[in-house]
Design a protein around this ligand. Sequence first.
Ligand code: NDP
Length: 281
Amino acid sequence: MKNKSNITDIKGTFRLRNGVQMPYLGLGTYQSDNDQEVVDAVKGALQLGYRHIDTASIYKNEEGVGKGIKESGINREEIFVVSKVWNADQGYETTLKAFEESLDRLGLEYLDLYLIHWPVADKYKDTWRALEHLYKQKKIRAIGVSNFLKHHLEDVIEDCQIVPMVNQMEFHPHLVQQELIDFCNQNSIQYESWSPFMQGKVFELDICNGLAKKYRKSVAQIILRWNLQKGIVAIPKSVHIDRIKSNAAIFDFELSQEDIVFLDRLETGERTGPDPDNFSF
Ligand code: NDP
């Protein structure tokens, strides 16, 4: 587990295995429309101090994300930009092409992190070789995976040249998967959460509302603080500037170890998204 005293402010980072600093709080953009909606969300977040934006080719909003980055006026080097190779593009050559297309849509020269979106059987190893190639070409500062369970990671690690640096997984009070987090920590693979709010359902959980009252914080702030104190990078999505702002107001309080364990124990195995061992897209 990362030391919570390292959690300082909106621009704070966790260090990846290769030394790259990854901001532990970012803006998610899944279902943010590729028009003024995503432009304003990205630009607004960056102007508020966020330094990490998560997109993917399948979100079909990379142009808008790129526009938001440009319009923010923040130097490119200060921003950690992430995209992902979609399932239909997996394979060696197809991934190289998909990567260039993402860069074009974003209007950028390089990415900070590129992820394999899902572990497509029989393809993800070739896809990983393409990511290793792009990394060696210095077109990506860090490479990783998403939705990889322990056996997928072990399979990649068995014959890769570079061990994935990040694993982005569904993570919220009903899907903690502590064994997978432990495995990633043991292998210096930075854990990152998607759908930290269970796409909104977390706000209905009584227990989270109880903690929010106790700390005089919102449920969203409790959940994000729990992510960071567990050493997990979080990328909450919102297109509302007031929410984007309040989701980052999490640096003036600390959850007790007891309450972290309490949240960990809410695990039910419930997913809001597909099971990485059983998806059909
Ligand atoms: P989240 O758990 O982040 O929830 C987003 C929802 O919560 C939206 O409806 C948003 O509404 C709402 N919301 C945000 N902040 C607040 C708040 N303070 N109070 C009340 N409601 C709030 O879901 P996501 O699925 O979007 O996950 C986060 C990110 O993770 C994605 O955007 C994407 O970047 C990534 N992701 C990756 C996946 C993968 O396979 N690798 C899969 C899914 C997501 P509104 O926008 O209207 O404010």
